[in-house]
Design a binder for this molecule. Structure first.
Ligand SMILES: Nc1ncnc2c1ncn2[C@@H]1O[C@H](COP(=O)(O)OP(=O)(O)OP(=O)(O)O)[C@@H](O)[C@H]1O
Length: 272
């Protein structure tokens, strides 16, 4: 099943065309990484999915629903997103913020059911935030706030999870924790779309990559197919080489990984 489908998407902001002719799909069960230099249009493209910007051309569908004609409430039962903007300005506890993720599934003013409380507890546990559940969210660090945002998105139980730079602010352990969690969610059938700046994470944790440059898709495919030396130099201005360790011998074999233990490793050697 298709989680996200975009075709011919163009977004203008002010007098500028920021995104042009974008075709993109994210299947249920895959982690798709959207990568590209600063200002290439990644966030703008994600914003079309949660109706924060409206494309001037093209179609954007989420789990078969056309975003342009689907209510926000209906969309929120299908798609959950974390954004780069800090949203913790109100005096709420961590648990109360994560409980907001259940709102699309409850009637207006309906109380939380036992099932909702279990889902919230699971989301707090998955992000390692259960010990902070009574903290005022305004007192959290950047990384803790990021994890709360992810927990709230998980509490929505979405078919499609969209995350804009989810590893931002996170220490190394929690970066790996979040990326591993996304792999688990995809294995359970979720469609996961995220932006990442760290191409090493993108290589290791994404099934496929879409590379944006100046608002246009310049490459699509598995990390092995996409992250060659020419693209790394021309699009990202860095020198690097992708290695695929063989699962058995841990030697470079230069082909697709055989299993999850043989994920590609990107070695970066500086700028071009
Ligand atoms: N409201 C706006 N009006 C005009 N231009 C805008 C507006 N918002 C964003 N832009 C421009 O659109 C382009 C794409 O921005 P976007 O935030 O989508 O890029 P990005 O790939 O997510 O960048 P980054 O990696 O820096 O987060 C940038 O050049 C940005 O300056």
């Amino acid at each position: 099943m298709t989680g996200v489908s975009m075709s011919g998407v163009r977004v203008d902001l002010g007098a500028r065309s920021v995104v042009s002719d974008v075709d993109l799909t994210v299947a249920a069960g895959e982690v798709l990484g959207l990568v590209g230099p600063n200002g290439s249009g990644k966030t703008t493209l994600l914003r079309t999915l949660y109706r924060s910007v409206r494309p001037v051309a093209g179609a954007v569908d989420v789990a078969g629903l056309p975003v342009s004609s689907t209510s926000r409430h209906r969309l929120a039962r299908t798609l959950a997103a974390t954004t780069q903007e800090s949203e913790n300005r109100v005096a709420l506890t961590v648990r109360e913020v994560v409980e907001q993720g259940r709102v699309p599934h409850l009637g207006l003013l309906d109380p939380m059911r036992a099932e909702d409380r279990r889902i919230v507890a699971d989301a707090l546990a998955a992000t390692g935030m259960q010990q902070w559940q009574d903290r005022d969210v305004r007192t959290l660090s950047g990384g803790e706030s990021q994890r709360v945002a992810i927990a709230r998105a998980l509490a929505q139980c979405p078919e499609v999870l969209v995350l804009d730079e989810p590893t931002n602010h996170l220490d190394l352990r929690h970066q790996f924790g979040v990326l591993e969690l996304l792999r688990t969610l995809a294995a359970e059938g979720m469609a996961v779309l995220l932006t990442l700046h760290d191409l090493r994470h993108a290589a290791e944790h994404c099934d496929r990559l879409v590379v944006l440059d100046a608002g246009r898709v310049v490459a699509v495919g598995s990390p092995v197919e996409v992250l060659d030396e020419r693209l790394l130099a021309e699009v990202f201005g860095v020198r690097g080489r992708l290695r695929v360790p063989d699962a058995a011998s841990q030697e470079v074999v230069g082909e697709e990984p055989h299993d999850a233990s043989a994920r590609p490793v990107l070695d970066l050697h500086g700028t071009v």
